[in-house]
Design a protein around this ligand. Structure first.
Ligand code: ATP
Length: 308
């Protein structure tokens, strides 16, 4: 392989735009997925995730922008490096898991002599060998998703693009899917791009995330960096004897943003000053402060902040 290709990001999107009539589904999208990333593509329903993925895979046309996969801008040529599941994978219900994969292998251009070995490998990888002869119509949703991953793994892709892979799965199914994705990244060095609106999932699985809202990328970075963003701003939960007095005092302090209540019923705020300064200002305003607890941001707060 060409040296420059080896060093290129797995996926590089620049200025990607796609409109449907009046709806700008994706606007000027820029994102970079590095080799080895498990990248979480987050966004609320209708944010444009599926449209962006379809454009990135060359399944639908884009109005403008460039997409490079391992440095390759010809997406048809790049496709041999990519395995994908876009929305819920569809299978022929009357055909067995193996037969469905044979069909897909022929379509993917896997050489005849390698098909059976390749099918056995991917079925084993997703833990479906024991159900391979049963018709796909009898599979549970979790098994269908795993068969979808098996299909995406045919031909040993270096990049796996998964659109909402845990959608509709029960907690055990989600945990199994998470484990499978982590293991593919770790043990087989496959770069993974996952779209999701499930923040906890992404926080547990991904090293980098991009947050999409109304077709635009609002934030991108390493999960730890996004969680520590605004290092000089602190989220603090406050407990006071008299909440009305506390709220009135907070209204008069500069650099305070009210974030609602914490799970324990404390008042959550973000302050651009120090926690000590906030404590002093509250006491000076006559608030009897019982507790002032710095709270770690979670991805959900970052998400809500950038998508509203
Ligand atoms: P979800 O999480 O609900 O799947 P999403 O982030 O994947 O949402 P998209 O499905 O990409 O979002 O939709 C983005 C916007 O583009 C929506 O307003 C949607 O109605 C619109 N859209 C998507 N596909 C089409 C289409 N084929 N024709 C018209 N509008 C479309």
């Amino acid at each position: 392989m060409h040296r420059s290709t080896m060093q290129s990001p797995a996926l590089e999107v620049r200025g990607l735009t796609r409109t449907f009539g009046r709806i700008a589904a994706v606007s000027d999208l820029e994102l970079t997925v590095n080799v080895g990333d498990v990248y979480g593509f987050l966004g609320p329903n209708g944010a444009g995730k599926t449209t962006a993925i379809r454009c990135m895979l060359g399944l639908i046309r884009r109005d403008s922008g460039t997409v490079r996969v391992f440095g390759e801008s010809d997406l048809t040529a790049a496709r041999r490096h990519v395995g994908a599941i876009v929305e819920t994978p569809a299978f022929h219900a009357w055909m067995s898991g193996t037969e469905n994969l044979r069909h897909a292998a022929a379509y993917a251009g896997i050489p005849r002599g390698q098909v059976e070995g390749e099918i056995a490998r991917v079925l084993d990888r997703v833990g479906l060998t024991h159900r391979a002869i049963d018709s796909a119509g009898t599979y549970s949703l979790g098994m269908k998703q795993r068969l979808g991953i098996a299909r995406a793994l045919l031909g040993r892709p270096r990049l796996l693009v998964l659109d909402e892979p845990t959608n509709g799965l029960d907690p055990r199914g989600m945990a199994e899917m998470r484990q499978l994705i982590r293991s593919l990244a770790r043990n087989e060095q496959i770069t993974i791009f996952i779209s999701s609106h499930l923040l906890a999932e992404v926080q547990q699985m991904c090293n980098r995330v991009g947050i999409l809202s109304a077709g635009r990328l609002k934030a991108e970075g390493r999960v730890e960096e996004l969680l520590q963003a605004e290092a000089n701003a602190h989220t603090v939960d406050i407990d006071a004897d008299d909440q009305a007095v506390l709220l009135a005092a907070l209204d008069n302090i500069e650099g305070i943003e009210r974030l609602g209540e914490s799970d324990g019923g404390r008042i959550r705020v973000r302050t651009t000053g120090s926690v000590a300064a906030l404590n002093r200002q509250l006491v000076e305003a006559g608030v009897a402060v019982n507790a002032l607890v710095p709270s770690a941001r979670n991805l959900e707060e970052v998400f809500l902040e950038v998508t509203t």
